[in-house]
Design a protein around this ligand. Structure first.
Ligand code: BES
Ligand code: ZN
Ligand code: ZN
Length: 495
């Protein structure tokens, strides 16, 4: 576990492997602490800046070796880009560019100078939290299945050098929270990166039970017989083709004894073949990620409990595979969801909305003040928004404006799509209440949202994370594989 410390001591007296100094592109003047350090280093910092060899642009870095002139071995200059464009998310990005260096240096202890780089509206705690998150999110490696393990950057200590002693507690708190949050995201990434043969509904339930036990969260796993008794016919219909039993995972966190809870629902398809409406084989292996919504719910609950936040929170995860077989559900079959509505399953690959139909119906029993669901629900959302934006669909304006703020603060991007009234007609089936794909041309993400809405009786946000839940090309802070996107957004939203 990384240790965090903070002090106002001069940089030249700071011990460790690396000192990180941050510079804007358009600022050549050294702040007092850096000026002192520069003198001890015979003016090497100012020389680098004046020569233009280091220009403070985003992604730009430079290393100075101290050769015993100060107590730390290396000084890394880190570019932040233009001051006027700078924000919390740029800071997160900039920090990620130090990681390859820290790795190469095999750094164990680093020091970061915390100068005033963000506008006054952003407090120091938030700044430190963002930096800490960024360090631990970008150093994530999934190596569970490798014999030759790639090492995560293993930092024993991070020391924050402050200009004012009064900021110490805030820096410590920011680092403490940032580490909890990054660990929760990485926990979620670990679950989602496991392949379908290991991350089965049972394995997902076991992971939930274990996480809950470690975090004073109540956890109950409903077995197939109970799922039947509850009348979750849509969820059972999806499970029908799989030799593995479904699990309905219920988690409850009591950060507060009373009051209406917020309920989080996560799609837990541990592998989506499409069922009888089978998917093409190209990229089908990525459908192990079809439980990223479930992994998000587990990550959020872990973080909320470790942060000891004073809420009531419920997590619901319907978990099953979607498989073809002689017993599988067939196109045209009709199932009845827990709320009594009947659904014609025209396409067995539109299974997420079926399992969520029952989970959202179940959520009503908590009389929730809000429900958020996370689902890798539609390929169409990638067509609409690409891989940087999560689609948000909601029946509640207030919830949305809160979510939008949380998005700005966390840097996890969302874009609202309408629950278009005019398309509602199109989800009707001639012989059942609802058709699971409907007849609307295009707008697949909206259609899916409208279908979910049929099972909702409370303020609700649906997040379609099909484009954002995993990445096939590394991005700043997001190594290849599951991203855990939606967790930091929600933690900010809950605050
Ligand atoms: N899990 C998929 C959605 C998905 C596809 C996520 C590709 C990420 C990448 C979902 O169950 C699905 O198959 N949806 C269908 C719905 C269609 C049949 C109406 C889709 O998007 O093609
Ligand atoms: Zn599917
Ligand atoms: Zn799916």
């Amino acid at each position: 576990m990384t240790k965090f410390t903070a002090s106002t001591q001069p940089l030249e007296q700071t011990e460790g492997d690396v000192i990180i100094l941050k510079f804007f592109e358009d600022e050549k003047k050294l702040e007092p602490k850096v000026k002192e350090l520069d003198q001890k280093l015979d003016g090497e910092i100012s020389e680098l800046l004046q020569s233009g060899d280091f220009d403070g642009q985003m992604k730009n870095t430079a290393t100075i070796y101290s050769h015993g002139r100060i107590k730390t071995k290396r000084i890394v200059l880190l570019g932040l880009g233009k001051k006027k464009d700078f924000n919390l998310d740029k800071l997160r990005e900039a920090i990620t560019y130090t990681l390859p260096m820290l790795k190469k240096f095999k750094a164990k202890s680093i020091s970061i100078l915390l100068s005033k780089i963000l506008p006054h509206s952003t407090d120091l705690k938030t700044t430190v939290q963002a930096m800490t998150e960024s360090i631990f999110l970008s150093s994530y490696v999934f190596a569970e299945y490798k014999n030759l393990k790639e090492k995560r950057v293993d930092l024993e200590s991070i020391h924050f050098v402050l200009n004012q002693a009064a900021h110490k507690a805030n820096a410590q708190k920011g680092a403490h929270d940032g580490l909890i949050i990054a660990n929760a995201v990485n926990f979620s990434r670990d679950l989602a990166n496991r392949p379908g043969n290991h991350m089965t509904p049972q394995a997902l339930a076991d992971a939930a039970i274990q996480m809950a036990r470690q975090n004073k969260i109540k956890c109950r796993v409903l077995e197939k017989s109970e799922i039947k008794k509850l009348g979750m016919g849509a969820f059972l219909g999806v499970n029908q083709g799989s030799p593995l039993d479904p699990k309905f995972i219920v988690l409850e966190y009591f950060g507060k004894k009373t009051g209406q809870p917020t309920v989080l629902v996560g799609k837990g398809i541990t592998f989506d073949t499409g069922g009888i409406s089978i998917k093409p084989s190209r990229k089908m292996e990525e459908m192990k990620f079809d439980m990223c919504g479930a992994a998000n719910v587990l990550g959020i609950m872990k973080a909320v409990s470790e942060l000891k936040l004073p809420y009531r929170l419920v997590g619901l995860i319907p978990a099953t595979e979607n498989m073809p077989s002689g017993e599988a559900i067939k196109p045209g079959d009709i199932v009845k969801a827990m709320n009594g509505k009947t659904i014609q399953v025209t396409n067995t690959d539109a299974e997420g909305r079926l399992i969520l139909a029952d989970a959202l119906s179940y959520a009503a029993r908590y009389k929730p003040k809000a429900v958020i669901d996370y689902a890798t629900l539609t390929g169409a959302v990638i067509v609409a928004l690409g891989t940087d934006y999560t689609a948000a669909l909601t029946n509640d304006e207030k919830l949305f404006s809160k979510l939008e703020k949380a998005s700005k603060q966390s840097g996890e991007k969302i874009w609202r799509l309408p629950l278009a009234e005019s398309y509602r007609e199109k989800i009707k089936s001639p012989i059942a209440d609802i058709d699971n794909i409907g007849t609307q041309e295009g707008a697949g993400t909206i259609t899916a949202g409208l279908i979910l809405q049929e099972f909702v009786t409370y303020p609700w946000i649906h997040l379609d994370i099909a484009g954002t839940a995993w990445t096939t090309a590394p991005q700043p802070g997001k190594p290849i594989g599951a991203t855990g996107e939606g967790i930091r957004l929600t933690l900010e939203f809950l605050k």
